[in-house]
Design a protein around this ligand. Structure first.
Ligand code: SF4
Ligand code: SF4
Length: 427
């Protein structure tokens, strides 16, 4: 029998992510990180269309004649070389081989919930389970005047004075919130200010922090300059009830820094330094502090100040190698197509009582008047943060890399562009 009259099965492995946008096709091997791209290759586009058909489940028949086409032959060879697919002589199999195609089936899939046959009431029962992280800005009072105040907290967790009007969350309302969160899968609670040590109901914090409804991960955020002289206030809180996150913008004030380095609180388990980085010199300065003071727990938080776009281009923007190295799993890829894993389940309550799924998006409601249940419901069905995916955002929605790139973060808001990448900078 001549090779052209032979029949084959071509199988695309189900750990391969395929993305088609217009005439471009991308294959990504979730096990090895290998990416293959085809642009304007009609025979490959046609094959992918057949592979993706629900009837074919990633397995299609190929005739020897089709395989004689050089473009198809090269494609099949590459798929085999990079362990993305295989070709089987049809005469050696009894019928079409079976392959399970992956599809988004994560619990949080909102579309699934919307179609729940039990209707919105049953959906509502599950609603609070989605709340995983709550950030409470308990007050706005602060005597400092940092240049980053008012914008840093829109990029990462950081204190803020807000609009300079002194506001506080009532401890009674916080306790009420904790009651509402009892059915939630809350994994993390963040408490921030202003200067949290100026919170007028500080004596209520021990009770709040030890509420049995709370997760084990509880963090108190303070600028390092606000920590000086506050050891006695921290001592009023149960030691194992929280970890301390110390915010450090640059340049640091040497004398006050030394003072803080001598405080015994540094020996608290879990004390963590958040270095705010606006440029290369800040990285050098942070490294020097880490080395000199043996700071074990620390992280870097790039800060966009409106003048350092070039620094972001170099330090934050992703390129193809970054994506291959990051090697997102199929599970992550599927999740990213439905939800924003960075933002899903997070709620922020500012000291004036405004509630947000993301402080850069529209306000969901007011702490005093609305129930958290209503806020979560609103965000799940009409919100723009938890389900803010690259698949929906311009220009990423036209790009084959949109499930491989990291989920949209707050930096895209800050820089005013979604394509923080060197891959499709102008799409
Ligand atoms: S310490 Fe925090 S709240 Fe105070 S001015 Fe600086 S950034 Fe704003
Ligand atoms: S355009 Fe968007 S999806 Fe495409 S590579 Fe850039 S950031 Fe990623």
């Amino acid at each position: 029998m001549s090779k052209e009259s032979q029949n084959f099965w071509f199988i695309l492995d189900n750990y391969v992510h395929v993305s088609v946008r217009g005439k471009s096709v991308l294959f990504y091997n979730t096990l090895t990180g290998k990416i293959l791209e085809y642009s304007d290759c009609e025979p490959v586009s046609r094959l992918v269309k057949r592979l993706n058909s629900p009837r074919n489940l990633l397995v299609i028949g190929l005739t020897g004649k089709e395989l004689a086409n050089p473009e198809i032959s090269r494609f099949v060879k590459s798929m085999r070389t990079f362990f993305m697919g295989d070709l089987i002589d049809a005469s050696l199999t009894k019928g079409k081989p079976m392959q399970m195609a992956p599809y988004p089936n994560i619990q949080q899939d909102v579309e699934f919930i919307k179609k729940s046959p039990q209707g919105p009431i049953a959906v509502g029962d599950r609603m609070m389970k989605y709340v995983a992280e709550v950030s409470l800005f308990i007050n706005s009072a602060c005597n400092l005047d940092c240049g980053l105040c008012g914008s840093a907290h829109r990029q990462f967790l950081c204190c803020t004075r807000g609009k300079n009007t002194r506001t506080e969350l009532e401890s009674r309302s916080i306790k009420n919130l904790l009651q509402q969160l009892q059915g939630a899968s809350l994994a993390r609670l963040n408490i921030l200010g202003g200067d949290i040590f100026k919170y007028s109901q500080w004596e209520q914090l021990p009770e709040i922090l030890t509420d049995p409804a709370l997760p084990t991960e509880k963090y108190l955020y303070s600028h390092y300059l606000n920590l000086a002289g506050q050891e006695h206030k921290l001592a009023q809180l149960p030691t194992d009830a929280f970890s301390l996150k110390i915010v450090v913008p640059f340049p640091v004030k040497k004398q006050q820094w030394e003072e803080i380095m001598n405080m015994p609180l540094l020996n608290r388990p879990g004390t963590h330094f958040l270095f705010i980085i606006a440029g290369e010199t800040d990285i050098d300065a942070a490294e020097e502090l880490i080395t000199r003071y043996h700071l074990e727990n620390h992280s870097y938080h790039p800060f966009f100040n409106g003048r350092n776009r070039e620094f972001f281009r170099q330090a934050v923007f992703v390129d193809r190698e970054d994506l291959e190295e990051a090697r997102p799993t199929m599970r992550e890829i599927l999740a990213r197509q439905c939800i924003n894993p960075l933002q899903f389940g997070t709620l922020t309550i500012l000291s004036n009582g405004d509630i947000y799924a993301n402080v850069n998006a529209r306000r969901l409601g007011a702490f005093a008047g609305d129930s958290i249940y209503d806020m979560v419901y609103k965000e799940m069905f009409r919100g723009s943060s938890w389900r803010r995916t690259r698949k929906k955002a311009a220009p990423c929605r036209h790009c084959t890399f949109n499930a491989l790139c990291p989920p949209l973060s707050n930096y895209e808001y800050a820089l005013g562009q979604n394509n923080l990448c060197h891959i499709n900078p102008r799409t």
